[in-house]
Design a binder for this molecule. Structure first.
Ligand SMILES: Nc1nc2c(ncn2[C@@H]2O[C@H](COP(=O)(O)OP(=O)(O)OP(=O)(O)O)[C@@H](O)[C@H]2O)c(=O)[nH]1
Ligand SMILES: [Mg+2]
Length: 195
């Protein structure tokens, strides 16, 4: 759940990008930074030195009388289980970045398993409603066909998006879907809180 400061009427939502090492998480953040002049870096990164996670902050505007911003976070590589749980705690939605390169199938699966462990669930049910699956690197000449990838990634997401993050294709659409999931919940929480 997003961090809500009712006194100052500010909300910080969190979207976590997750995926195998080299799947394209950083390219997503880079593309979003490039398209969002207002993007900033948060002041309270988990580890100032030798950082294992990248974060950017976007201001989204007003919702139900609150100023809303969102933190987009991506670990470098797969984090260890404790760091992973910390990062996923409070996430309003998760983008699982799939590498379409045929040789990365096992790594994609390992990343999905670590995501499941990180959110504390063991079935696709718990994860799915908060999840956007981004099939990245669709520009590769030997990219796995979509039906092969879908069959190989055992999760039912709320949304899926095809992307070529290194070209900035599909990255904003992915973000839009992740924010949509986050904001639906947030609106409900703020409305209940206001009474
Ligand atoms: N062809 C192609 N290459 C991509 C795409 N997205 C990312 N890459 C390349 O894949 C490599 C890894 O991308 P990153 O964004 O650094 O991957 P990451 O998920 O952040 O990796 P870690 O931080 O190590 O976990 C880089 O050389 C990217 O340029 C894509 O859509 N198409
Ligand atoms: Mg990275």
């Amino acid at each position: 759940m997003a961090f809500v400061d009712r006194l100052n009427r500010e909300v910080v939502a969190k979207v976590v990008y997750w995926g195998a090492a080299g799947s394209g998480k950083s390219e997503n953040l880079r593309a979003i930074m490039g398209a969002s002049p207002e993007a900033t870096f948060p002041l309270n990164l988990p580890e100032p030195d030798g950082r294992w996670v990248e974060c950017i902050v976007l201001r989204l505007g007003e919702l139900s009388g609150y100023q809303v911003s969102v933190q987009l976070c991506a670990p470098r590589d797969l984090p260890d289980p404790e760091q992973g749980r910390d990062l996923l705690k409070g996430a309003d939605s998760v983008v699982f970045v799939v590498d379409s390169a045929p040789a990365r199938e096992a790594e994609n699966l390992r990343a999905l398993e670590s995501l499941r462990q990180g959110v504390g669930g063991n079935g696709s049910g718990a994860l799915g409603p908060h999840l956007v699956v981004q099939y990245n690197k669709r520009d590769l000449e030997d990219a796995c066909p979509m039906e092969v990838l879908r069959a190989a990634i055992p999760v039912v997401p709320e949304r899926e998006v095809e992307a070529a993050a290194a070209r900035g294709e599909g990255t904003m659409e992915t973000l839009k879907e992740a924010l949509r999931i986050a904001l639906v919940q947030l609106r409900a929480e703020l409305t209940v809180g206001v009474g």
